[in-house]
Ligand binder design. Sequence first.
Ligand code: TMP
Length: 218
Amino acid sequence: MTDTGPRGTPARGRFITVEGIEGVGKTTSLEFIRAHLAAAGHDVLVTREPGGTPTAERLREVLLESAEPIGPQAELLLMFAARSLHVDNVIRPAVEAGRWVLCDRFTDATRAYQGAGRGLDVAWIERLADAVHAGLDPDLTLWLDAPVEIALRRADQRRSGEADRFERERETFFERVREGYRELAMRWPDRVRRVDAAVPVEDVRRAIAVILDEALPG
Ligand code: TMP
């Protein structure tokens, strides 16, 4: 269902993001969300960060796999370099064309991982966010939340290859990241909606469907 705006131009689409620490079930939830929105007639583009364009995917490889040490500041700048490509070449054009963009992580991940997790200056992160995607913030963010111990155990069980640079972090790092997400949900309660991801998958899906239908009617 592509709505029509003034003079027949497509109405702006929506931008939905999914967040949470490793092991909370983002991948299966993303597929559920995509199917739910598609069933409602929306033209949905699913993408991810870091990544989502050929060059941004190369930066993802660097960010996750680099053997050379990457300090917090380089990590932050690489995340925003990847995001800048993704926003300019994929997300903004799609939303402007009336598509619904469903993105696995966005700037809230930077606030949580590089801000709360690595301890980088929050004001600097906001300046970079402003420079890279002014006027483009998610319409809705689903934060899948589960206790760190449960989530990391699940992530360990599901992993097929070796752990990446983030997955090798300790539990205390993910506690800070989780706390970072909690603060974002308090700061933007209308946009960042918490979903309890520690319950059976059917219950997670039900909760997500309720939020989608209520927050994005039509
Ligand atoms: P994932 O997309 O497979 O969950 O993994 C990407 C990793 O990158 C994950 O550990 C979180 C991390 N990340 C950040 O630290 N900051 C960011 O801004 C983004 C988008 C991801």
